[in-house]
Design a protein around this ligand. Structure first.
Ligand code: B12
Ligand code: SF4
Length: 476
């Protein structure tokens, strides 16, 4: 075998696999959640189209309960197909698992070359290659062309320096990176779909991507940071026809009735993007494809409600909206200006709900300097969406290494752990006490209702206000 691609299982602290943890949230939540590894499956399809002998192991979809099981699966593949020349790992927040697996591969398969890909790898390739000798390469950005050419070069003994989008140590030990290959998305073959039957059996959703990257630069977002690193042209869209062809194929060959569009931003406020969304709806309706779908948008993507009415006629039933926070100033701090000062996001939320589109809120409750007023406003947005999950009251911002937010928190001294995820402390000790109380009340009790969690949350914020007042009185 020339190459093996691996995704670790993503086992949570409670010992449950990621898939198991998702299922705790109930079908209403997870039935629209994409679970295939479209990235790995797209690389696999492209590599196979170039004649590469490639296999994949996905511990997440296979439901592995630990990395040992994933290592066993890698071993089983190698026993049948031969030891791989290159192993490529995918990683979102499973860095420790990936390092463990890479070390096993290094020990067991002498001469194997090991690569890492995906957001954390792209944004942090220098740090990774400097600190972890279990990795030989990081593939930066898209993996299809870079990984395929890397695996072929290793197999044929060709020069790696000529391969696009690969970071490595040069002969002097310096870390060098060749510019990424930004392929036209319409030139890619369709992603391999061998994971889809399992994903559907488990109650999750089929998925397609129609764009890559994002034109915005919200400070907390890995996608914006990746697009900034790869350059302006990295935000690309597939043609409407090829997207609709792929959805039609999923409906006819896999009998799906729902598809999740995994783009971080399916439609922006830009007129060209609005037109593309309308053309997409036209094409789905014209071809009579009976499928419901979900997209991710920004609040300011809703420029013209008619576009969303049209998308609804075509099958749009859910939108994930990055609302983030009820504070206008905090939105500005995140560089996410989705509203004008004085504008109430609830009006847009209500408009979408009235069209018949569910709103899945992306909200960030807690950050190092959060105050009760902001939390109340964010809770108000949450209630307006009608999304009822008590865990939403516990959400904390994650400073992903490589994002502007991470750099800002590091510079401000908020981080008490920097890698592989930024972990921060509250600036106000009372905020830390409030958060700990919420975790104690909401997290372990899966039966708590949204209304109960909200009542506890709001009451605790009132106490926080009173503590602040008492504290000031004491200081006087
Ligand atoms: C579907 C999805 C999921 C699914 C499935 C993930 C999976 N792929 O296994 C689920 C629901 C499990 C999930 C979970 C999480 N996710 Co998620 N997810 C996505 C989403 C919406 C789509 C992924 C996708 O299909 N993209 C399309 C494919 C074609 O692109 P791709 O996966 O990026 O792959 C390409 C390249 O990255 C690269 N590549 C990827 N892997 C590899 C491996 C090798 C060897 C190589 C060479 C290249 C390579 O090549 C691929 C083809 O070009 C993305 C956002 C997005 N639009 O990408 C977020 C995203 C990746 N997720 C994100 C996050 C934060 C998470 C969670 C941490 C959320 C949480 N708090 O629990 C978890 C982590 C889970 C884990 N196991 O680590 C962030 C990552 C941010 C960051 N690190 O900077 C993203 C970018 C969303 C965002 N904008 O914030 N996620
Ligand atoms: S949060 Fe959304 S709009 Fe902002 S950079 Fe990320 S994907 Fe783009």
């Amino acid at each position: 075998m020339t190459a093996l691609l691996v995704n670790p299982p993503g086992v949570r602290a409670n010992g449950r696999s990621y898939v198991g943890a998702q299922k705790l949230w109930g079908p209403w939540v997870y039935s629209s959640m994409p679970m295939e590894h479209l990235g790995m499956m797209s690389i696999k399809a492209y590599a196979a189209s170039q004649g590469l002998d490639i296999a994949t192991v996905n511990g997440l979809v296979a439901g592995h309960v630990g990395v040992e099981q994933t290592w066993q699966a890698m071993h089983d593949v190698a026993r049948v197909a031969g030891t791989p020349g290159v192993v490529g790992f995918s990683c979102i927040d499973t860095f420790a698992e990936v390092v463990w697996l890479a070390q096993r591969a290094r020990e067991s398969w002498p001469g194997v070359q090991i690569a890492l890909g995906n957001a954390i790898a792209t944004l942090n390739y220098e740090r990774i290659l400097r600190q972890y000798d279990c990795f030989d390469f990081v593939v930066v950005g898209d993996g299809e062309v870079g990984f395929t050419r890397l695996a072929s070069a290793v197999a044929n003994g060709d020069e790696i320096a000529d391969v696009p989008g690969v970071a490595r140590r040069d002969a002097q030990g310096q870390i060098v990176c060749s510019p990424s290959a930004l392929i036209d998305l319409d030139r890619l073959p369709r992603a391999a779909r061998e994971e889809l039957p399992t994903v559907l059996d488990d109650g999750f959703s089929a998925a397609v991507f129609t764009t890559r990257g994002c034109p915005y630069r919200c400070t907390f977002c890995g996608t914006g940071a990746t697009s900034a690193l790869l350059g302006r042209n990295s935000y690309r869209a597939k043609s409407v026809d090829s997207v609709v062809d792929e959805i039609a194929y999923l409906v006819s060959d896999f009998d799906i009735n729902f598809v999740s569009i995994t783009d971080d931003l399916f439609v922006s406020k830009h007129p060209g993007s609005q037109q593309r969304a309308a053309e997409f709806a036209n094409a789905i309706l014209r071809r009579g494809i009976g499928v419901n779908f979900m997209i991710d948008i920004r609040l300011d993507s809703v420029v013209d409600l008619d576009v969303f009415r049209h998308l609804h006629r075509a099958g749009l039933r859910r939108v994930f909206v990055g609302l983030e926070t009820g504070s206008y100033d905090q939105l500005r701090a995140y560089r996410k200006q989705i509203i004008n000062r004085g504008q109430d996001p609830v009006d847009t939320i209500n408009a979408l709900l009235q069209v018949g589109i569910d709103v899945i809120p992306g909200t960030i409750m807690f950050h190092p300097t959060v105050r009760p007023e902001e939390l109340r406003e964010t809770a108000r947005l949450l209630r307006a969406t009608q999304y009822r999950h008590p865990f939403k009251f516990l959400s904390k911002v994650t400073p992903y290494p490589g994002t502007p937010l991470y750099q800002a928190y590091s510079a401000a001294g908020y981080l008490d752990d920097e890698w592989p995820l930024g972990q921060w402390e509250f600036a106000d000790p009372e905020a830390a006490r409030v958060y700990a109380d919420l975790v104690a009340r909401i997290a372990p009790d899966a039966d708590i209702s949204f209304d109960e969690a909200e009542a506890f949350f709001l009451a605790r914020l009132d106490e926080w206000d009173n503590t602040a007042v008492d504290g000031e009185a004491l200081r006087c």
